[in-house]
Design a protein around this ligand. Structure first.
Ligand SMILES: *[C@@H]1O[C@H](CO)[C@@H](O)[C@H](O)[C@H]1NC(C)=O
Ligand SMILES: *[C@@H]1O[C@H](CO)[C@@H](O)[C@H](O)[C@H]1NC(C)=O
Ligand SMILES: *[C@@H]1O[C@H](CO)[C@@H](O)[C@H](O)[C@H]1NC(C)=O
Ligand SMILES: *[C@@H]1O[C@H](CO)[C@@H](O)[C@H](O)[C@H]1NC(C)=O
Ligand SMILES: *[C@@H]1O[C@H](CO)[C@@H](O)[C@H](O)[C@H]1NC(C)=O
Length: 530
C-alpha cells in the first residue's frame, strides 16, 4: 500500500520535467489591481489595492507565480479617526488604499507595508513579524501623501519610498524619493524625475536595487498603457538620467482587455525575472497578467512577446506547478476569522456580526433605506470569466422593515433578498440602486422593486450568476428547497464609465429600515465558475 503513492508522485515529477506546462492569462481572474510582488525564499506574496474595502491591501501567496491563494491583509482596519471609513459620517467610496507597497526587511525579519490613504491625505506604515500578521500600525506620516508608493529597503537597511505627489489638480507626473528615519518618518524627500512629452504622464512607482543599480519602474496609465524604467548607476538620489521603454500598448492578453501596464517585478530563486502587470476588463475590474523578462546587453529588462510584439495569452510555467487553495469553494463561516478573500464594504461594526458553527450571523448594523449607507455588507470579488454565487440564508429572525440578501455592487447595484414588512415576507429583486461618482458618491437612486414573491418558512437560497458573454449582467434567482431555482426580476446591469476603480463584487447584506434587533444567518456562501 505504501509503495503506490510514492511511485505516483515520482511519476508526476518525471512528467513535469518532460512536458512544459503552460498557464493562461490571467493567473488569477479577480480584480486585484496595483500589483506589488515579493519573494521570500521560495514563496511569493502579492499585494493589491482595495480602496474603501476593509480590511485593505490583501496578501496572496503562491509558490509558482501562477496559482494564488488569499492569506491576509496588511491593513486590518482603517483606524484613522476618520468616520467616513466607518460609513457613520460621510462615505469613503473610491477613497482609501490606492497603489501601495509590500517588502520584507531581511535583517529585521519583518514585513513592511506603506500606503497613502486617498481622500485622507496621510501615509501609513504597517509592519508584521509574519506575513499573516499581526499587522500593526508602525507610523503615521502626517504631512505627506506618498502617492502610489514603492518601497525599497537598501543594503544598509535605509528605507526609501518612491512615489508621486497628489496635488489639488491631481497627481503631477513627477517621481519623488523619500528616505525614512528610524521612527519611520520622512527625513529627506527629493524630486528625482519630472516626466516629459516623450515619456508621457507617469505614476505607479516601484523602486528596485538590482546588482547595485537603482531602478525606478513607472507606468503610463490611460491611453498610452506603457511602462518605463529609469536608472541611476551610482547614487540612490540619482541622477535617473537613463531610461528604457518596457511597454507601449502591447496587445490584449485577455480577450477584450486593455493593454498591460503598471505592476511589479520579481525574481525566482533560480535567477529568472518575471513581470506581473495588470489589464482592465470593463466593469469586471483589473486583472494580473504575468510574463517572463529577459535582460539585454545594456542591462535593461524586456518582456518576452509574441512575434507581433504582444504580451502572450499563455506562457510556460515559471516553476513547477504547486496548487494552493482553489478560487472556487464553499464557505460556512465556522472559524472565528472570516476568510481573507472576503472584505467588508467600509469598516464593519464588529458588534454586529459573529461567525460560528451555524454560519455567519449578521445583525442589522444601520437603520436606513439606502443600500449604500448600510454598514456590514460582506463582499467577494466576482470570478472571471464567469461567476456563480449561491448563499444559503436563514431569515427566521428578521425584524419588521429588514432587508437581507445578495447584491451585485459597484457604484450601482442590484440585489435579490428577503424583505420583511409587517406580516408579509417576500423575496424581492431590486434594481437601479445608484450613487453619483461625480458628486461625492451621494445616492441618487435607492432602487426599484422589479419583482417580488411571497415566501414562507425560514430558509432561502439566493443565487447570482454573471456570465462570460455579458460580464456586466447579473441574473438573480432563488430557491426555497436548495434544488429548484426560480429567476426573479430582470438582469441587473453594472455600469461602466465613471471614475470608479474597483471591479464588480458580490455582497451579502442585512440592513434595517425601521429598527435594529433583527438578524439573519448565512449558513453557506458557494462560489463557482459555471
Ligand atoms: C470607527 O469604528 C471603530 C470600531 O467600532 C471605533 O473604534 C472608532 O472610534 C470609529 N471611528 C470613528 C472616527 O468614528
Ligand atoms: C546580477 O549579477 C549576477 C552576477 O554577476 C549575474 O549572474 C546576473 O545575471 C545579474 N542580474 C541582472 C539582472 O543583471
Ligand atoms: C399580523 O398578524 C397578527 C397575528 O395574526 C394580526 O393580529 C395582525 O393584525 C397582522 N397585521 C397585519 C398588518 O396584517
Ligand atoms: C455592458 O457591456 C456591454 C458589452 O459587453 C456594453 O455594450 C454595455 O454598454 C455595458 N453596459 C454598461 C451600462 O456599461
Ligand atoms: C452554480 O453553482 C451551483 C452550486 O453552488 C450549481 O449547482 C449550479 O449548477 C451552478 N450554475 C451554473 C450555471 O453553472
Amino acid at each position: 500500500m505504501g509503495i503506490l503513492p510514492a511511485f505516483a508522485a515520482a511519476a508526476a515529477v518525471l512528467q513535469l520535467s518532460v512536458m512544459a506546462e503552460t498557464f493562461a492569462q490571467p493567473p488569477v481572474f479577480q480584480d486585484l489591481p496595483d500589483v506589488d510582488l515579493i519573494r521570500v525564499e521560495d514563496t511569493f506574496y502579492y499585494s493589491s489595492s482595495t480602496f474603501h474595502y476593509s480590511p485593505g491591501a490583501p496578501i496572496l501567496r503562491s509558490y509558482d507565480l501562477v496559482n494564488w491563494e488569499y492569506l491576509s491583509h496588511s491593513l486590518p482596519t482603517f483606524e484613522f479617526d476618520d468616520p467616513k471609513f466607518n460609513l457613520t459620517e460621510g462615505r469613503a467610496y473610491n477613497d482609501g488604499v490606492y497603489a501601495s507597497s509590500l517588502r520584507y526587511h531581511k535583517s529585521q525579519n519583518k514585513f513592511y507595508w506603506v500606503g497613502c490613504m486617498q481622500g485622507h491625505g496621510r501615509t501609513y506604515i504597517y509592519t508584521a513579524p509574519e506575513i499573516d500578521g499581526p499587522w500593526v500600525k508602525a507610523s503615521t506620516i502626517i504631512d505627506y501623501c506618498l502617492y502610489d508608493a514603492g518601497l525599497l529597503i537598501d543594503d544598509d537597511n535605509t528605507i526609501y519610498v518612491a512615489s508621486g505627489k497628489w496635488t489639488p489638480n491631481g497627481a503631477e507626473s513627477q517621481t519623488w524619493i523619500a528616505a525614512l528615519n528610524e521612527n519611520l518618518q520622512v527625513e529627506r524627500q527629493e524630486s528625482v524625475f519630472q516626466s516629459n512629452e516623450e515619456l508621457g504622464y507617469i505614476e505607479g512607482a516601484r523602486f528596485y536595487k538590482i546588482n547595485g543599480t537603482y531602478f525606478l519602474w513607472l507606468t503610463n496609465p490611460g491611453v498610452g498603457r506603457g511602462q518605463i524604467m529609469l536608472r541611476s548607476s551610482g547614487d540612490v538620489w540619482g541622477p535617473y538620467d537613463s531610461w528604457h521603454r518596457v511597454l507601449a500598448n502591447n496587445g490584449a492578453p485577455i480577450e477584450g482587455s486593455g493593454a498591460p501596464h503598471q505592476g511589479a517585478l520579481v525574481d525566482t530563486s533560480d535567477g529568472q525575472y518575471w513581470y506581473m502587470a495588470f489589464v482592465e476588463l470593463g466593469t469586471s475590474g483589473r486583472f494580473p497578467v504575468l510574463a517572463p523578462l529577459e535582460w539585454d546587453e545594456d542591462g535593461w529588462p524586456n518582456v518576452v512577446f509574441d512575434e507581433n510584439g504582444h504580451w502572450k495569452s499563455s506562457y510556460d510555467y515559471p516553476l513547477p506547478r504547486r496548487d494552493v487553495e482553489p478560487i472556487e469553494g464553499r464557505f460556512e463561516f465556522a472559524d472565528s476569522k472570516i476568510p481573507a478573500r472576503f472584505e467588508w464594504n467600509h469598516n464593519p461594526d464588529n458588534e454586529k456580526w459573529l461567525t460560528g458553527h451555524d454560519g455567519l450571523m449578521l445583525h442589522t448594523a444601520t437603520v436606513t433605506d439606502d443600500f449604500f449607507a448600510a454598514r456590514n455588507t460582506l463582499t467577494h470579488r466576482i470570478l472571471g470569466p464567469q461567476s456563480n454565487v449561491t448563499i444559503d440564508l436563514d431569515y427566521s429572525s428578521m425584524a419588521d422593515g429588514d432587508r437581507a440578501g445578495l447584491a451585485t455592487l459597484r457604484y450601482n447595484a442590484g440585489w435579490i433578498g428577503v424583505a420583511k414588512d409587517g406580516n408579509s415576507t417576500t423575496v424581492q429583486m431590486v434594481d437601479h440602486v445608484e450613487m453619483d461618482p461625480s458628486n461625492d458618491f451621494v445616492t441618487v437612486s435607492k432602487g426599484d422593486v422589479i419583482a417580488e414573491e411571497p415566501i414562507l418558512g425560514d430558509r432561502i437560497w439566493l443565487r447570482c450568476q454573471i456570465s462570460t458573454k455579458s460580464p456586466n449582467l447579473s441574473i438573480f434567482s432563488y430557491s426555497t428547497d436548495g434544488e429548484t431555482f426560480i429567476e426573479l426580476g430582470q438582469a441587473h446591469e453594472t455600469q461602466q464609465g465613471a471614475v470608479w476603480f474597483t471591479g464588480t463584487r458580490h455582497g451579502i447584506f442585512n440592513f434595517a429600515t425601521k429598527n435594529h434587533g433583527g438578524y439573519v444567518v448565512v449558513k453557506a456562501f458557494d462560489i463557482h465558475l459555471h
